[in-house]
Design a protein around this ligand. Sequence first.
Ligand code: FAD
Length: 414
Amino acid sequence: MAERADVVVIGGGVVGVSAAHALAERGIRAQLLERGEICSGCSHGNAGWVFPSHALPIPGPGVLRQALGWLLDPDGPLYIRPRASLSLARWLWSFLGACNRAAERRAFALRRELSLASLVRYRELAELPGLEFDFEQRGILLVCRSRAELAEAEREIGILREFGGEARRLDANELRERVPACAEDLAGGVHFSADAHLTPQRFVHGLASEAQRLGVRLRTGTEVLRLERSGARLRLATTRGEIEAEQVVVATGAWSPELAGQLGLRVPVEGAKGYSVTRERPTDFPEQPLLLAEAKVAITPMGRTLRFGGTLELAGRDLGVSWRRLRAILRAVSEYLPGLPETPTLEIWRGLRPLTPDDLPIIGRSRRQPGVVLATGHGMNGLAQGPITGQLVAQLVAGEPTSLDLGPFSPDRF
Ligand SMILES: Cc1cc2nc3c(=O)[nH]c(=O)nc-3n(C[C@H](O)[C@H](O)[C@H](O)COP(=O)(O)OP(=O)(O)OC[C@H]3O[C@@H](n4cnc5c(N)ncnc54)[C@H](O)[C@@H]3O)c2cc1C
């Protein structure tokens, strides 16, 4: 006999946990199924940024020029490992279709809107007693080595201003005043003052406990093996028995295509692997995160630790560690910040960002499977957009009007 449930959320990352929490806040008691531990996927070791200012999507007008380099340079910040895969070929085709100015501006506006809405939610959650996640809103410093990169930053600032955001150029001296460990030969930087950062794994674990307190049943070590329709309900075959649910939320990050595919839904999400190295924090490291512009490496102070994260590699679901790419992150850190002392390493981590070809998340119901809500494909922004995604999912499940238009995020857009 299958167990009966009203709502089942699959995936215990920032998106699934935010959805389960938002459901519980509405009095809807969900079960959350996670095959590993809570926050054991991509939500664990990321850079912890909530960055509405920095909303340019990966596909953009200059990308076509760079694309060949990505295929050929395994050390570069973005690398596509060549492999024969029909789904990758289709994904790349759609990605190229989004590499134009109009799509870039549209995506910028939408990504910014999601991150701004999440920021409001993060501020509210940071006030909850007992939920502590090192939330700080001090902005982010972009650090550029070359004049060309500063010019590119200028273009981004122009777009940001059109959408009501603010950023301030810093010359090399101002930059060194703020970050004394910086190299002598840097071109300058930009301070994006509205952005925030936090410790992601603290947030997700804390929110999961809060959701549990509100009535969510957290079932870790429970993998969904099969998802299929059973009349008006959905049947989940899990490693811990069968469940029949009225509504299912698929929040399985980079692993979403398989589960959704079992229901006949095409979810073009590629795993975009990235790494982070967490070290003890040197005493004089500033309170602000840094983005090393050309190398695309993020450095985030998180309590007593300092995390270096970066690289993006389209390599399927492979979680193997490329030491070459990992070393490229640390090499960039020592080139931009030669004055930063090397402190003991606490963790080396890698994760798969769930990336869609237009770099917009998939949030909503498909016309073809009305009992299923998809919440995936957040790419580089899952932490930044997780809380608002949770709200939107809960509104859909509860049959309420959604607080943002979900048309641009529809699963049926591909
Ligand atoms: C180096 C790096 C830095 C990053 N920095 C940032 C940042 O600063 N800001 C930001 O916003 N984003 C950042 N990201 C991206 C962010 O980490 C992701 O977008 C986000 O974690 C995705 O969350 P998720 O809940 O969708 O997926 P996940 O956290 O991967 O969660 C999905 C969960 O589903 C579970 N699961 C999968 N299949 C099943 C199944 N069949 N049954 C049960 N459970 C299943 C998995 O075990 C996993 O726990 C970064 C990513 C990387 C790699």
